[in-house]
Design a protein around this ligand. Structure first.
Ligand SMILES: Cc1cc2nc3c(=O)[nH]c(=O)nc-3n(C[C@H](O)[C@H](O)[C@H](O)COP(=O)(O)OP(=O)(O)OC[C@H]3O[C@@H](n4cnc5c(N)ncnc54)[C@H](O)[C@@H]3O)c2cc1C
Length: 417
């Protein structure tokens, strides 16, 4: 490695943060290797929001237009009670930050694919290795040899990198290896689970996000996509840890028992767990006092997951990747200075995004009839015409997507092709 210069980087994880970072680094001429545990790009997942500064980052990456061409067309959010009666509804936001349905709603897998494709033809190279993962990390700085980080991969291959970026999501294994602890260390558990799946579109499915509260801490969601199918989501409160570690068949059985007798939406989605692949996770937030150790640095959810209920994790992943690439490649910057600047710039946005509205996720998944009534009163008031004219509901529900002073990084400017 050239002292002070980052020219060879390993990124672990190819979802949102990993490819966004690879794009920035390769744009500035760095050679990047991306390893992803899955055998191919994971294109599953639901409508995710890109808000405020995240949208500015897409603009800087030259991707805003492409993403806007692939939005899901969700027109708003409608809350139903356990009997299917409408509690209130919110049209999609016209601002870049506000409301439950953001102006830019795109399928997670589509955004991931666009980011990966955007890495082709840049000045630096990006080497994608699927079905591969880090088995061992030895940071030279901790062994009196500051030549870089030696990585042994699961395949047995060994290689040295200037910097290793861990973008493996909330329960990252490489983070455990480097920062210690187990899969729940550095995670603030939210006491809720989500099962995400895609189901055939039915005639009654419309362009709204339907959010039905079912009591006993359960909710069921239907969301439109732009692929002719419907995205389904089952969310429930549970303090029992580790359900997300069950084999898919066992997890499906647990969810099906929980949603038995809940009515058409909950039962339709629960039944589909037998036939459709699903992604099942325990909700949490990543909380770490530092995002780097020596030459290993965390990015995206591995560093600062705010949870899907924040509507901010993807925005944070995009902004964080841009800032990390910008600081690492800043002409003349040393690695410690770059890593400090990364944290200093991003922390205010992360801190604001991780402050969930009071009562979240309980309030959206009420347990008792009384709690359903409270939610109904809140949603009804916030979605009333008079209040919507003031855009008060939007302001109340809006995540703080602009709480960052995004530096300009001319060295990441679009290259002439
Ligand atoms: C399949 C999938 C579906 C999702 N669906 C939704 C959704 O519907 N709604 C929502 O709000 N959020 C969803 N998320 C989470 C969302 O993508 C993130 O919250 C956010 O975009 C930040 O992304 P990230 O790249 O930091 O982390 P993640 O999106 O969590 O991606 C981490 C990546 O690292 C890979 N990985 C994990 N461990 C290793 C390892 N040891 N070695 C190499 N690679 C590893 C994973 O396979 C994954 O591709 C989903 C994530 C995935 C992976």
């Amino acid at each position: 490695m050239v002292p002070g210069r980052v020219s060879k980087v390993l990124v672990s994880g190819a979802s949102i943060a990993g490819p966004a970072l690879a794009h920035g680094l390769a744009r500035a001429g760095t050679d990047v290797t991306v390893v992803e545990r899955a055998p191919e790009l994971r294109e599953g997942g639901h409508n995710i929001d890109v808000r405020g500064a995240g949208r500015e980052v897409l603009r800087r990456m030259g991707l805003e237009q492409q993403v806007l061409e692939h939005t899901t067309g969700e027109e708003g959010t409608r809350f139903l009670d356990e009997r299917g009666r409408v509690l209130g509804s919110f049209p999609a936001s016209t601002s870049q930050t506000g409301g439950p349905t953001a102006e830019v709603e795109v399928l997670r897998g589509r955004l991931s694919r666009l980011l990966v494709d955007s890495c082709a033809g840049l000045p630096g190279s990006v080497d994608w290795r699927f079905g591969e993962q880090v088995a061992e990390v030895r940071d030279g700085a901790e062994h009196g040899d500051d030549g870089g980080v030696d990585v042994t991969f699961a395949s047995g291959a060994q290689e040295r990198f200037d910097v290793v970026v861990v973008a493996e999501g909330l329960r990252s294994r490489t983070r455990q290896r480097v920062f210690g602890g187990d899969r729940s260390s550095h995670v603030r558990e939210l006491g809720a689970y989500c099962a995400y799946l895609t189901v055939p579109r039915e005639s009654g499915d419309d362009r709204y996000w339907t959010w039905q509260v079912l009591g006993r801490g359960r909710s069921a969601h239907l969301r439109p996509d732009d692929e002719g199918t419907t995205r389904g989501l089952l969310t429930f409160l549970a303090d029992v840890p580790g359900l997300d570690e069950l084999e898919p068949q066992a997890a499906a059985l647990v969810v099906q028992r929980l949603y038995a007798g809940t009515g058409p939406i909950g039962e339709r989605l629960a039944a589909a767990l037998d036939t459709e692949p699903f992604y099942f996770e325990a909700l949490g937030q990543a909380v770490l006092p530092r995002w780097s150790r020596g030459r290993v640095v965390l990015a995206g959810d591995a560093a600062h997951c705010a949870s899907p209920v924040s509507g901010m994790s993807t925005t944070l992943a995009l902004v964080g990747a841009h800032v990390l690439a910008g600081e690492l490649m800043r002409p003349g910057a040393t690695l410690p200075a770059a890593l400090q600047a990364y944290e200093r710039t991003l922390r205010p946005l992360v801190d604001a995004a991780q402050k969930l509205p009071p009562g979240t996720p309980r309030i959206g998944n009420p347990r008792t009839t009384a709690e359903i009534r409270v939610l109904g009163a809140l949603v009804g008031a916030a979605s009333s015409r008079a209040v919507q004219r003031l855009r008060l509901g939007e302001r109340l529900i809006s995540p703080p997507a602009d709480a960052v002073d995004l530096p300009s990084y001319p060295h990441l400017a679009e290259p002439v092709r």
